[in-house]
Design a protein around this ligand. Sequence first.
Ligand SMILES: Nc1nc2c(ncn2[C@@H]2O[C@H](COP(=O)(O)OP(=O)(O)OP(=O)(O)O)[C@@H](O)[C@H]2O)c(=O)[nH]1
Length: 627
Amino acid sequence: MKNLYISNLRNLPRRSYSSHNDTKIIDVSKIRNFSIVAHVDHGKSTLADRLLEITGVIKPGNENKQVLDKLQVERERGITVKAVTASLNYTYNNEQYLLNLIDTPGHVDFSNEVVRSVKACQGVIFLVDANEGIQAQTVAVHSLAKRNNLVIIPTLNKVDLPRANPENVKAQLKSLFYIEPDTVLSISAKKGWGVPELIEAVISRIPPPTVEVRKPFRASIIDTWHDKFRGIMCLAYIESGSVEVGETVRWRSDSKPHVLKYLALLRPNEEPIKKAVAGQVVMVGCGPKGGGCVGDELLSMESADGIKVASAPVVKHMVYAGIFPSDQSQHTQLSDAIRKLALNDSAVSVTVDSSPALGQGWRVGFLGLLHLDVFTQRLLQEHKAEAILTAPSVPYKIKVKGSKAIKQFKGEEAVITNPLQLPDPQNIEEYYEPFVIGTIITPVEYIGAVTTLCVDRRGTPLPSNAVDDKMTMMQFVLPLSEVVIDFHDTLKSLTSGFASFDYQDHGFHPSALVRMDVLINGVLVDELTTIVHTSRLEYNARKLTSKLKEMIPRQMVQVAIQAVVGGKVLSRETLKAYRKDVTAKLYGGDVTRRKKLLKQQSEGKKKMRSVANIKIPRNTFIDVLKR
Ligand SMILES: Nc1nc2c(ncn2[C@@H]2O[C@H](COP(=O)(O)OP(=O)(O)OP(=O)(O)O)[C@@H](O)[C@H]2O)c(=O)[nH]1
């Protein structure tokens, strides 16, 4: 492998560039852009910490630090949400290398970050926990790396654990991915064992970027964020040429010139540089009015490339929810917060929405429920914006009939992201539901339980594959609506936490669906309208009303909760009023006063009932959908 690498290098241009303030020389052949990919919790962030230590960025002794997980939500939840870049210096065989590490999230809801990150990489450290072995997402990230033609460095982590079984996991890698056991490295990211050897493998196995250093400057934007003082900052992968601070550049989407004001390496803290060259991953910024978005390109003014609308990576949104300010006076503040956060989270889609009950708001598309949860938590923590969320829904597709409906939906087919937009059933010729292919890796003793769960969720089995004699990989075609809310939690509890799950889009398929509304004291609750499969109607209606009864705190008035389809009540629950003893403070027999207070109370109750002024806790709309 090493010889191959050396011969590769000989073919590369040997031109050198100054890319540091401190006049160190960087040669393109000494750049390695790589990412760490793995199933959730297999140790990516811990390994990133060790790499930062070995390259002198942080001091040793940070066993549990996870330096790259900077966001408050990441620290609180112990998960990586954003991909983060760190440019590291490493001397090997007396030569200085620039290693650009991209730490990526493991959870399926943030796979968009992984997809974007690998675009700037030539290879990946493919990390597998030597104790847990191959999990569902190990399969997903492996196929992602393969699809992108990346060099894969198979690495077993956590070999320090007494129950680690590297030989068994190597056999799993061989049987599922045809990876030869002698190419697999073994490390303990926690203890630092084997990490220098891993860096050497990164240098020797991953090729330097193949870039055109002599062509005009062109960089693609892989991430953006908002800086209070400096405007939009971008993470850019330079695909050709070089650029210097103060140079005039333009966006591919626009002909307007901008001056490049900020240029820095992220180590992971910013280190300003004067010049950067093709192959590098750097932070760029053109000031408060400088613009920039994921999918756009930054070009030199000499570039012959024409204007092209920025094409952000295609993101398939799995769930949509309405986001509304808790009171319309906070609309501008929430709007500003959503705009800034969406800049840093290019996986969301935001469109304006309005509801008679909740006023002006937005319909936001997410990659999953955790993504939605993290987005609202970040709104609150990073932008101090509190929002009301409507029940999340997967997108459905309909074929409409009747010229009026066709005109309204601008064509025969329409994607419905908000159940309230569903037209009259008379105008719907066919409903389509989104499906996914779910991959589950489970110990063999749970095959029965997993099959029952999937069939119960309207799943159809596909052929399964043995991972080894204890684990099996099962696949099912499942409706997205059945997996998006709580499938993972149920699977985990059914299998004592041993099964893992990942899913991939499988397109829309015809389905029997209806719209179900919830009325509280006769008033439609917009946030709780859902689209339901007909086989689930009775069950969902009963479940929804009884859960709402549990979750809505008792009120001063009686609350009638009804689930309704096309005017027909499928289920009803009544939440009894608690009678506040307004006369408690009155002693003895002042009957007239007592009567007056009771009358006032019942007036109040009537008023509340007439406007259905029922206090529903914020989380109700999501929690009520869980089984
Ligand atoms: N014993 C042992 N524990 C480890 C090792 N590497 C990581 N861990 C632990 O495993 C847990 C998960 O590690 P992380 O680094 O957060 O995993 P991750 O893959 O970054 O997780 P996500 O960012 O959520 O995808 C933490 O409790 C680590 O301390 C190791 O080599 N040995």
